[in-house]
Design a protein around this ligand. Structure first.
Ligand code: BGC
Length: 909
């Protein structure tokens, strides 16, 4: 008997990866039918390095092969076959992969450092930013040219295989003999460079030639030395850039050779007269010689470089997906700007840059490209991102050829509109292409909703996700581009539906762990620089925060999301210790009393309770709670939500992190640890309820957010829940059925209402279109999710805030789970409930979600009271369909069902 074929072979989530970053990778495949056993064989050349024999097991996802330990820079083939429950065996399915440099002693190359002057060290503070200070000198004086590096080498025999391992302090592009190496952008990406610098691997076999070859590397400041973060301070990781590489060449005669970066490398300045990741770059085509990385090029006038020994412990193999050009958008319109120049509209807010085509420019023409996310209420140019070094300005100097095409290399911008100046003739839309940059994750989910506005909301979330998942999970692609932990903490569940985010977030979590303080504090953003620490130690208020509630908890909550959605236990195991250290920090910090209680005499019971609660210190609290921002300038209002909510929000997250970490410990088999964490969580909850919840179920702060969190995180005894629910419902009614939840509570708002019998109110909030609401933004033409609900105010005025912040897009998970109705009920979708929301305002929804066993899809159409439901259930997933309160098991395969909805009971008032 032959079983159905096995498909979808991946190694660490990736099909045939070139350079797996771990010696013990996990293998996955999709069995054609429910699997009862598997057999795996891994070989390199003719040598079998692991063979499992037949293993009775249902597991087909992230399977660890006992005894499999991979070597560095090697090629492997692997194959798998499975037995189904009837004993039928499939054919072998096979795939291949290579490995990165996996041992620290693999790195023998040295750093090569061009002898250019270092980046000007600019240090700005939060206060400088708030007070609107700006650098006095022009960018041309503050920024420096990109450095070109060249190394000649001769392989000595025809090349059979060649891999280039390379990284930089800065960002680089590489060429061999005039051809671009790979298709990555902004490599090596952003990491906590002091402890981790990612090494890329490229297959360059086809680029090498007989005889002399040249490797050329162009090196810009990037995150390492450029002006990054909110303050726009430079050189946060170092003022000088450098590169290090090893080219591993195997010739056809079987010899292996390493060409390493060393003292024979020479450097010079090239056509980029400056390049900064945030500010933008200036490219002078007159200075560009396309032959600079070919053997024929005369480099006698180039300069020697300095060399430095590399610390191999810091050099880690890059894991996951690199940044690439993931899409191109045509210009929709070109209009003349009354203030000079032309405004190009690409119709979509993105992260990326513009590729420009010039027709017969004059030599020396200077073309500038400014970027913004929105125009003003009158359709005129408006700069929505203010601050130090946020110029987003690219400059091109023409060489005077018939056609010139240019795209920046070392920068990106957040924009929908570009203003171009310096053109001799009115441009055509076809002269401009917006190039979208993103970490190139597999886009897995899909969701289509019959309500056009809700459908647009979903697409806006996907755009915000795609354009902010750029090397790290960023808050926004223009002002800060920082890995704010709170933002991804609230957004991670949504992210898992739209793309396969596990490798990307796992890599970021490694950075976050590296950035954790010795005392257990998990920073509010990662990667974090030494300058961030310096700012916090000298700052006050928000500026002094290193770690805080809801942000730092990402260390426990994000891995749990990856476990729930992808069944990934390794990320839980790898982060558990860091989560425990954060928990321990909170336990110690709980000794501090909130300021208002410091001079109050407390009973011994209260003292004891207070000593359990992590409720003092600076926090962002339920950040950006809408009602607290009304009627005052932002800089005055921004502190009100933290002031009102921090004392409540912090212990609630403390309890939630304890609970989730207990679940993680259980999942990892440490029941003793789980038990003790649960005990601690129960003590924190009891203390919280006694301190903050009165007999009528009231919290000391009459805002929706704390009620939502108290209910979501189970902070009150069961008998008081209905009271809190009622207060929440009343608070929502007071706001005219509009949400008034901040950053931390908004992801839980609709679920809390749904689960407490208020589904109708949850739907009203979802379909609300007055500000603040999700559809209000859609009605104002949003193409991404905004940082502030009123980024365009009801009177049409436009605010200088980010138009691309995914945090409030956390509602997208509700669209998949509650509206379309696909909900995982066991880790990694081993079991699911399919429960379409047939009582809402939709007549059609179609959703597909990735699972380790193949995609699960539900598409439903409601006609009157009749629902037609189509469901595709992969083998290995236990699915239950719930409609109108009735549950039906769905076997693997395709289902088409028709259900007549019961007539609703009349509502008795
Ligand atoms: C960022 C946020 C971040 C916050 C911290 C902001 O400036 O853009 O998204 O989480 O600071 O409160």
């Amino acid at each position: 008997m032959v079983a159905a074929p096995v498909t979808g072979l991946t190694v660490e989530y990736q099909p045939s990866p070139l350079a797996v970053a771990t010696p013990r990778p996990r293998l996955s495949w999709i069995p054609g039918r429910a699997q009862a056993a598997y057999e795996i064989e891994v070989r390199t050349g003719d040598v079998v390095v692991a063979h499992t024999g037949q293993v009775p097991s249902r597991e087909s996802h992230l399977v660890e092969v006992p005894g499999l330990v991979l070597g560095s820079d090697s090629d492997y083939e692997w194959r798998v076959r499975v037995w189904d429950e009837d004993g039928a065996v499939s054919g072998w399915a096979s795939s291949s992969f290579g490995t990165a440099l996996l041992n620290p002693d693999d790195w023998t190359a040295r750093w090569v450092l061009p002898k250019a002057r270092g980046t000007a060290v600019e240090r700005w503070t939060l206060l400088d930013w708030i007070q609107g200070r700006r650098p006095e000198r022009d960018v041309s004086e503050r920024l420096r040219p990109v450095q070109l590096l060249r190394q000649r080498f001769t392989p000595e025999a025809p090349v059979a295989r060649a891999r280039l391992f390379i990284t930089a302090r800065g960002v680089y592009t590489a060429e061999i003999n005039g051809a671009t190496v790979g298709d990555q952008v902004l490599a090596p990406g952003f990491d906590s460079y002091a402890s981790r610098l990612s090494v890329q691997c490229y297959d360059v076999t086809d680029l090498l030639e007989d005889g002399e070859n040249v490797l050329g590397v162009a090196l810009a400041d990037g995150w390492w030395a450029g002006r990054i973060g909110l303050t726009g301070s430079s050189a946060q990781f170092g003022a000088s850039t450098g590169a290090t590489w090893q080219l591993h060449v195997e010739t056809e005669d079987g010899r292996r050779r390493r060409i390493a970066s060393d003292g024979d490398v020479v450097s010079a300045e090239g056509p980029w007269t400056h390049a900064d990741l945030f500010i933008g770059e200036r490219f002078d085509m007159r200075l560009h010689d396309p032959a600079w990385s070919t053997p024929a090029f005369d480099d006698t006038a180039w300069n020697p470089v300095e060399v430095e020994t590399a610390d191999p412990a810091v050099l880690v193999p890059f894991a996951g997906e690199p940044v690439r050009r993931v899409a191109e958008l045509p210009a929709l319109s070109v209009i003349a700007d009354p203030d000079d120049g032309w405004i190009i509209d690409f119709g979509q807010v993105i992260a990326g840059r513009v590729r420009l085509t010039l027709h017969a420019p004059c030599e020396g023409d200077v073309i500038t490209l400014e970027h913004t996310e929105t125009l003003d209420a009158d359709g005129r140019w408006f700069v929505n991102i203010e601050g130090i070094n946020k110029d987003q300005l690219d400059t091109y100097v023409a060489a005077g050829r018939p056609t010139e095409v240019w795209e920046p290399s070392f920068t990106f911008h957040g924009f929908r509109y570009v203003r171009v100046r310096g053109l001799q003739h009115p441009p055509e839309p076809g002269d401009f292409v917006a190039v979208v940059l993103s970490s190139d994750l597999r886009q897995t989910g899909s969701l289509h909703l019959s309500d056009q506005r809700l459908d647009r909301l979903h697409r806006n979330v996907v755009w915000s996700q795609r354009t902010n998942f750029l090397s790290v999970p960023m808050d926004c692609p223009q002002r800060e581009r920082a890995g704010w932990t709170g933002d991804i903490q609230v957004f991670a569940p949504s992210a898992t539906n739209n793309a396969l985010v596990a490798p990307f977030l796992t890599r970021w979590l490694e950075n976050l762990r590296a950035d954790q303080d010795a005392d257990g504090r998990v920073p509010i953003l990662s990667p974090r620089s030494a300058y961030d620490d310096e700012l916090a130690s000298t700052g006050s208020g928000f500026g002094s925060i290193v770690a805080c509630a809801g942000w730092s908890d990402a260390i426990a909550l994000v891995p749990w999301v990856l476990y729930e959605r992808y069944g990934d236990r390794r990320v839980l195991a790898d982060t558990l210790d860091a989560a425990l250290r954060w928990i321990e920090y909170q336990r110690t910090a709980a000794a501090e009393l909130p300021e208002r209680l410091r001079d109050v005499s407390l009973t011994p019971e209260r003292q004891q309770r207070q000593a359990l609660l992590y409720n003092a210190g600076e926090h962002f609290g339920d950040w950006l709670t809408p009602s607290t921002l009304e009627g005052r300038p932002l800089h005055e209002a921004i502190g009100i939500a933290p002031q009102l909510t921090a004392e409540l929000v912090a212990p609630m997250f403390q309890a939630w992190t304890l609970t989730i970490t207990a679940r993680s410990a259980d999942a990892l088999g440490d029941t003793g640890l789980a038990e003790s964490l649960r005990d601690r969580a129960a003590q924190v909850r009891a203390a919280f309820a006694a301190e903050y919840v009165d007999a009528e179920g009231r919290l000391p702060v009459a805002l929706q957010g704390p009620y939502v969190l108290a209910l979501a995180f189970d902070m009150v005894p069961a008998r008081k829940r209905p009271l809190l629910v009622q207060h929440l419902v009343d608070l929502i009614a007071e706001r005219g059925d509009r949400l008034d939840t901040g950053f931390l509570s908004v992801p839980h708002l609709l679920d809390v209402l749904w689960d407490s019998g208020h589904a109708e109110l949850a739907r009203r909030l979802l379909w609300q279109d007055e500000c603040p609401s999700w559809l209000y933004e859609v009605d104002r033409g949003a193409t991404t999710i905004w940082e502030s609900w009123d980024a365009i105010a009801p009177d049409g005025s436009v605010r200088a805030v980010s138009f691309n912040h995914y945090a409030f897009g956390c509602v997208d998970d509700v669209l998949y789970r509650r509206i379309a109705g696909i909900r995982a009920t066991a880790p990694g979708f081993r079991s699911v409930v399919i429960e379409p929301d047939l009582a809402g305002q939709l007549d059609h929804a179609d959703a597909e979600v990735w699972t380790p066993y193949g995609p699960i899809r539900v598409a439903w159409t409601l006609t009157g009271d009749d629902a037609a439901i189509h469901a595709d259930v992969p083998h290995g997933v236990d699915a239950v369909l719930v409609v109108g309160g009735h549950s039906t098991s769905l076997a693997p395969g395709a289902h088409d069902l028709r259900v007549t909805m019961p007539t609703p009971e009349p509502v008795v008032k």
